[in-house]
Design a protein around this ligand. Sequence first.
Ligand code: 5AD
Ligand code: SF4
Length: 449
Amino acid sequence: MKKLFIKTYGCQMNAYDSARMAALLAPIGYGVSPTVQDADLVILNTCHIREKAVEKVYSQLGRLRKMKEARASAGDEMLVAVAGCVAQAEGREILTRAPGVDMLVGPQSYHRLPEMIAKVSRERGHALETDFPALEKFDALPAATGDAGVSAFLTVQEGCDKFCSFCVVPYTRGPEHSRGPAGILAEARALCARGAREITLLGQNVNAYRGQGDDGRTWSLAELIAALADIKELARIRYTTSHPRDMDDSLIEAHGNIEKLMPFLHLPVQSGSDTVLADMNRQHSADDYRRIIARIRKARPDIALSSDFIVGHPGESDADFEATMALVREIGFAQSFSFKYSPRPGTPAAGARKQISESVKSERLAALQALLMQQQDDANRASIGSVRAVLFEKLGREPGQLVGRTPQLQPVHAAAPASLISQIRDVRLEILTSNSLGGRLTQRESALA
Ligand code: 5AD
Ligand code: SF4
């Protein structure tokens, strides 16, 4: 068995892709190894969304080159592949900057990895495989095998046609493409058969899902979720990540009508200023976002909200930033991600004249993050004393403890027997620690356990 080491950067989509690549390489003799030192093949599955992430990849490639040379002088070979969005976006640039790289494989071409590895080993040249048509990808990958985990991810959509001014995704992941519902439902059933109780549907623009049914009809995400809800073993459904413009009536209604659809929504707004939103080409205003949130809260009052924010987009004034702070104060987020704007070569915002200084970006980010952290803390504190249905996922750090999540995605630890893994139980939330809520099975539940 040859040893494969995969390092994953970035989003959940990448984590999912890494698992699929491992499954794909198993038949040609590669088993996943936890250490890089003795690996025969190293795959860096990269993320291009922020500049820092790309630089991390280059410094990792520098270290790998040294390891590779050491191995070569011992008569041993280590192949290095760069996969994911950096491979797609930087292309041949990587081969110039990081000469130790043997293969580049873009997100559309993972199914060709075995062939590429075979070729590279044969000829010891550079294989380039980043321009493959999107459609073949899903069907050509074999299904992953083994334990699916209690909470599994399932990619249903890829790519983006929105072209936000700051973002590389439309260039690296290509146009929006949805998988057909039949394949998704089959995969969901297979995941449940392998132990999954919760499935998170993934896509860069997952709520833009438009899948072609075998009957020729186009399915919306709401219809897909409704069909998934009919799978008996599946207890919880989530989806991420969404664009406000695609939050249509049927999906909002689904939050009110489909019990298995969990009360949590990650809906990035990026900014609270209409000027910045227009510059970002977001195609919605701050008030559009407010209206969508109001409708979702009407459909599902206990929903927890999450968002992404960017500070320091070119041209962002103090007043624009204040508008973001005001929107955050008004809406209240249970969880969030916030970033300093980082110029990505080739995107419109990178060429804009009014770039914001690093020190202003840092100040704004600190102020925004303090507010968002406070809101997250408040949301968690407000749930203390309440009873929540927790889906236990795995053993906790302390003996006799399990960890799981509430419907609102809050992490919870509680004393509970391992037999409750993959079960949903009522837990009374008691304390807030730095990254989790501590709780106790309700008396009724402990009597049953
Ligand atoms: N600079 C900073 N943040 C970015 N994001 C995407 N591109 C950039 C960029 N150039 C953030 C957005 C997006 C999240 C996944 O990453 O907030 O929603
Ligand atoms: Fe990037 Fe905008 Fe598409 Fe999200 S919607 S992936 S931020 S272009």
